[in-house]
Write a protein that binds this ligand. Structure first.
Ligand code: AMP
Ligand code: ZN
Length: 468
């Protein structure tokens, strides 16, 4: 399996640090509003990377933070007259709802910056002790000149950057030793959340958060570090400087970055105001369509959002859903018998598309080609299944299709109104009502289920149910 590594600017063979395991850190959103569909791109892309690694048998420890202390959060809190914590808690909860609707799996750990301040103070102190950081008037800066490889991720010309930054130096920043030095700790300003530290009350800079949370939950060295391409510089460059200076070893082996989601060929961003929130899109489309739209492009290619592309994503996804639905219907009426020889041969032949899918994904997660392989499988299944097939064959065909879609996080089964678990819960409630001689409630539940197409039968073995 090959992964494009921003560090080397090449596709490299993926070799995990520890056999069978992957440690992965993805920079999460700053939570001061609903997330927009640009923020959703890394969520969907790296969730898919994780799913594919899991499919390949890796045990993936996936950590993604929420930045819950930041100027923008404080500004929003002041506008609303509430605490910063109230704002961040509200939008973390909303973000988790969006993630669920997009079928993005929860991370193994979702650390919050505000819960990790002691670890940040500790790392900053260690950097000072090692000569990589210095304090001036309550602000602690990282000494970039001391870290030789500074710039290795972004491949930037540091001298150009230095002279550019020098002319941009804003007042108060002239206390820095070097224009590229960045903040690790900043002193408290009136009305802002603050924590005690050896350098006075204040709060951490943004970059130190990820170095600390990654180390705490994954260890000093990790396999994959990921985020949107705007994070390469300065955020990830600075993370590398902090972590490698402090820990004395390479921070992450593979650095993955997704390209932007654009609108009218401009980056979709909150500051430009040209964005749609995930929530807005969910009112018009099933978010599976958004997921399909994102994965239908390679993650390193810019992607332009448009209603036409969403519409065509919807029809494409429908083709897969319809194929799965047809297989299900055929299964319901199929013969209960083992697979015939020709069915075995057809099933084996369909493996070709699984191989194509894997080849695409092994090539730096080429989800666009992986989706093409799914369509080839759909076409094959449409022409090689009918009402004469055995249930076993049809079931295996459906499972093959579902497995591939599940790697991309695409749910292709039409949602039933009531899940089996809901039905079971109502039946249990009805049994309890009968025990308590509350027959009115018991009848009510039977009627409610019947209305939803669930038929109950009271048998000697207990209550049985089926869909009408
Ligand atoms: P932020 O909340 O701005 O820190 O962004 C959270 C994540 O979303 C980061 O990985 C960003 O790189 C990513 N991101 C923000 N805007 C876009 C966009 N328009 N397209 C793709 N990724 C984006
Ligand atoms: Zn980060």
């Amino acid at each position: 399996m090959k992964i494009y590594n921003t560090l080397s600017k090449k596709k490299e063979e993926f070799v995990p640090l520890e056999e069978g395991k992957v440690k992965m850190y993805v920079c999460g959103p700053t939570v001061y509003n609903f997330i927009h569909i640009g923020n959703a791109r890394p969520m969907i892309v790296f969730d898919t990377v994780r799913r594919y690694l899991e499919y390949k048998g890796y045990d993936v420890n996936y950590v993604s933070n929420f930045t819950d202390v930041d100027d923008k959060i404080i500004k929003k809190a002041n506008e609303e007259g509430v605490t910063a914590q109230e704002i961040s808690e509200r939008y973390i909860a909303e973000c988790k709802k969006d993630m669920e609707m997009m079928n993005v799996k929860p991370a193994t750990t979702h650390p919050l910056a505000t819960q990790e301040i002691p670890g940040m103070i500790e790392m900053i102190q260690e950097l000072i002790d090692k000569g990589y950081a210095y304090e001036v008037n309550g602000t602690v800066y990282f000494r970039t000149r001391k870290f030789g490889p500074y710039g290795k991720l972004s491949h930037k010309n540091l001298d150009d950057l230095r002279s550019g930054n020098r002319s941009l130096l804003v007042s108060g920043e002239d206390e820095k030793e070097d224009p590229l030095d960045f903040v690790l700790w900043k002193p408290k300003k009136e009305g802002e959340p603050a924590w005690q530290s050896p350098w006075g009350e204040g709060r951490p800079g943004w970059h130190i958060e990820c170095s600390v949370m990654s180390k705490k939950y994954l260890g000093a060295q990790i396999d994959i570090h990921a985020g949107g391409e705007d994070l390469v510089f300065p955020h990830h460059e600075n993370e590398i400087a902090q972590s490698e200076a402090c820990n004395g070893r390479e921070f992450a082996k593979y650095w993955m970055h997704n390209a932007f989601l654009n609108i009218d060929n401009k980056k979709m961003s909150k500051s430009l105001g040209n964005f749609f929130t995930v929530r807005e899109i969910s009112e018009k489309y099933d978010l599976q369509v958004l997921r399909f739209f994102m994965l239908n492009a390679h993650y390193r290619s810019p992607l332009n959002f448009s209603a036409e592309l969403m519409q065509s994503s919807k029809s494409s996804l429908d083709r897969i859903v319809t194929a799965a639905d047809n297989l299900k219907h055929l299964m319901e009426n199929a013969k209960d018998q083992g697979m015939t020889e020709s069915e075995v041969a057809h099933y084996d032949a369909s493996e070709e598309y699984v191989k194509k899918f894997e080849e695409a994904m092994d090539d730096d997660f080429n989800t666009a080609d992986a989706i093409s392989a799914i369509f080839e499988l759909v076409k094959y299944l449409n022409t090689h299944t009918d009402a004469d097939n055995s249930r076993e064959y049809l079931k295996k065909c459906l499972e093959r299709l579902k497995t591939l879609c599940d790697i991309l996080g695409l749910v292709i089964e039409k949602k039933e109104d009531l899940l089996d678990a809901d039905v079971e819960a109502l039946i249990a409630e009805r049994q309890q009502a009968r025990k308590e001689k509350n027959f009115a409630r018991a009848d009510e539940i039977r009627a409610e289920l019947l209305e939803k197409g669930i038929i109950l039968e009271d048998t000697r073995e207990g209550v049985k149910w089926r869909r009408a």
